[in-house]
Write a protein of this length. Structure first.
Length: 429
């Protein structure tokens, strides 16, 4: 935190809004919406931002995206963008929370799906609503502009639809004024209130896989009269598990087939089988090589079973890459907010987050904010707190958040925003 008197006021206002932030998070958690379907979530955000009398509230961006514009009362040329994602996951919740989701989306493509905020986006949205409330309350002391970016479809729109960070940028969400820094946080399985940071790739590069195998439909009693694509699907699913052996073991990659669908019934050899999956690369430049190898595997395996394979790669997401100059610039503020002992460097992960589109274009930093029952050992290793709920990874049905971490997130948003606007957070060079 800076020595400016406003620092104490930011903390006081963050404390005052804490219970409302928790209430927002619980409401969003009980009423989750899948990617590209965030209608009610966007309405809640829009209504609250409008109540703050911001200079502008932009809606309908990339589907259900919302951007609030707050112009400070003091002269300043810097523009800080604070970003949160809004969508939930097709996961059946098993968190045990009193406010757990029981929502089922009957109409989502491929569904029906149970829906849950199993990745913390409810907390991200609630924290940013809290930060908007705090910063709007001190607008007269802000030298510059704050953009509050609420992004839809971070988890990826259904195949054949579009939305997300890149589309928000393409539709001009941040054109006027353009950010001079983007900041955001992802809640997850770190000790509550701790910050994890990393210079370099915080998250890996990602892409969606679609492989359509075509054979010839026939009754299951006479398979020799048709061409069965199902054995080829099995062989490809097994084969992708060996792709990692074809690239450097020092640059991790994963290829996962997560969903297989056909058209038919139990006693019919299907005409087509579609494989859906994902590629994750710790080194972004490896993506093209892995795609080429997977295409070769799919096409030649299909040919071995007298089928054909059509391979498409969708929804490419660049790695979240924190430049050293930005990390160095933001860490003093982060440590002053959470305490130096609660900020630590984390290893890379093959998870993805398309906040990378914002960070790569405008500069900035993306961090991890802990919100679970954990601790750091004397050796610096993560460990669950004895008697606690454990460290549960994102996308797990048992994923949970500690509500006490949310106020920390509000404070971080506000102090980083203010320190950038005043020039305290400025990358060297």
């Amino acid at each position: 935190m800076s020595g400016d008197p406003i620092s104490a006021e930011l903390d006081e206002r963050a404390a005052a809004v804490e219970q409302q932030v928790i209430a927002w998070r619980h409401h969003l958690h009980q009423n989750p919406e899948l990617s590209n379907r965030e209608v009610n979530t966007a309405r809640l955000i829009t209504d609250h931002l409008t109540s703050l009398n911001l200079d502008e509230v932009r809606t309908g961006i990339s589907g259900h995206g919302v951007v609030g514009v707050l112009k400070g009362g003091r002269p300043g040329v810097r523009v800080v963008a604070l970003r949160a994602d809004m969508d939930a996951l097709p996961v059946k919740e098993d968190s045990g929370e009193s406010f757990a989701s029981t929502v089922v989306d009957e109409d989502y493509p491929g569904g029906p799906f149970p829906v849950a905020h199993a990745c913390g986006h409810d907390g991200h949205t609630a924290m940013l609503l809290g930060a908007a409330t705090v910063l709007a309350g001190v607008r007269g002391q802000l030298p510059g502009t704050v953009l509050f970016i609420f992004q839809p479809a971070e988890e990826g729109a259904p195949a054949g639809e579009s939305s997300g960070a890149k589309q928000m940028i393409d539709e001009g969400a941040c054109d006027d004024p353009a950010p001079t820094m983007v900041f955001g946080m992802h809640l997850g399985p770190l000790p509550s209130g701790y910050i994890g940071y990393r210079v370099g790739n915080q998250f890996g590069a990602s892409g969606m896989i679609k492989i359509v195998l075509t054979g010839q439909q026939v009754h299951g009693s006479t398979p020799w009269m048709g061409v069965d694509p199902m054995p080829a699907a099995g062989a490809i699913t097994v084969g992708v598990g060996q792709l990692y052996r074809q690239v450097s073991a020092f640059d991790p990659i994963t290829v996962t087939i997560g969903h297989i669908e056909d058209v038919g019934r139990f006693n019919i050899v299907p005409d087509t089988v579609t494989l859906w999956g994902t590629i994750r690369c710790s080194v972004e430049e490896d993506m093209a090589d892995i795609q080429k190898r997977l295409t070769t595997l799919a096409e030649q395996t299909a040919a071995a079973y007298n089928c054909t394979a059509e391979v498409n790669y969708l929804q490419d997401v660049p790695a979240v890459h924190n430049l050293k100059k930005w990390t160095d610039a933001v860490l003093p503020t982060v440590k002053s907010v959470v305490g130096a002992e609660k900020a630590f460097e984390t290893p890379p992960t093959l998870g993805y987050d398309n906040v990378s589109e914002f960070v790569n274009k405008y500069g900035g930093v993306y961090l991890m904010l802990g919100a679970q029952d954990g601790e750091l050992t004397d050796e610096g290793e993560l460990a669950p707190t004895p008697g606690g709920r454990g460290l549960v990874p994102n996308h797990n049905p048992r994923f949970y958040l500690d509500d006490d971490a949310l106020a920390q997130g509000v404070r971080l948003h506000c102090h980083v925003a203010y320190d950038h606007l005043t020039g305290t957070i400025t990358p060297a060079g």
